[in-house]
Ligand binder design. Sequence first.
Ligand SMILES: [Fe+2]
Ligand SMILES: [Fe+2]
Length: 422
Amino acid sequence: MTWRELPNKLRIYIIVLAALAVPVISWSTWDVAHTPVSSGWIVLTVLTVLTVPFFLFLPSANAIVGIGDAYVVAMAMMFGPSPCIIATLCHSLTASVLVPNRPKMYRAVFNVSSMVCVAWIYSHTYKLINPSLSPSVPDMILPAVALTVTFFVFNSLSTATAIAWASGEPILVFWARSCMPLAIDFSVSAVSASLIVGLSELNEWAPLAVAPLVGVVWGWNKVNKAKAMEAEKHLKEQEELYLRTVESLGLAVDAKDQTTYGHIHRVRAYAMGLARLCGIKDKNELMAIETGSLLHDIGKLAIDDYILNKPGRLSKQEFEKMKMHAPAGHEILQQIKFPFPVAEYVRHHHERWDGTGYPDGLKGEAIPLGARIISISDAFDAPGPGRDHVRSQPRRAFCRTSGRARSPRHQSCRRNPAAQIP
Ligand SMILES: [Fe+2]
Ligand SMILES: [Fe+2]
């Protein structure tokens, strides 16, 4: 995604983070410049930068989390907020330059700003509870726990907010799925940081001894990464298999109704394009619309062939029978227990905006949005005069019924829905 393609709220979020990071970095730089620098401080900063190539990979988010955090956290515990913020700045800037597939500029700005702001929060939290930065274990336990919790919550929520806003997924859903498993890594970082603080009390070069622990965490995550990628690949294959199965079922219905060849593929294309135009980004909702558009006429399996393929107009009695395909489709799909409302969309794909549709005569917004989208796409691809069951109309007539048959907001006749589909 380019900067221009990002949702407005995400662009504002990145700008606000960057605006907050600037004074934090300026103040910390000034503060560090006026504080005597110890060699322990330099050792930890160097280690922070050297651990940049060791990172965790979040396959579902295609994002990375550094594991040199133990050293940054140790700096907050030993030297206070300003050195910790400067080390965080060095770490995140190096990460932006060294990481493979160097991120776009706005991503680098987001990563650096977010890390700096989060470092400000957790380092001040630690200092608030342990103002003297006492290295004794009893004094460290409570502030270290508070630091770990604030570090994890703010860091993961900041990343989850950005990724969820970019993908359209609810923030907490994404956070629970992708970030919660990382809580253990943050805890390991905090324990390692406490070890570093303890060892530094013995000798300022001693923090180097913690390096093997960082290596173990890195190796453990490399194995996890391979497993996660395998699981994701399996999930994708399952999704494809599912869609191909649904498509085959839809094609079987399409083949039964000889007047609508290729209808379901066109309805799917129109429906998915309309869903995008309506701003629907929720994956489940999109899946429901896609499945519903492929299976909207599955109830025709229960309709006699002579009615389906009758040339010319249907009699009143035949039309009443044909109307049964909507509730019949609902009944068939209800048995499958989809994790999204496909059966509802199929039931209501012949409702009309003015309440004169079938089977339930729903009116306006009472018709589920997915059903309205499928209805517009279905009517736009109606097979032509003589097929009364869909109140088929040539496309000019389709436009004339806007506001009565379909939501005027979602059916704009000046903008041909098909032409809007990329
Ligand atoms: Fe239908
Ligand atoms: Fe249809």
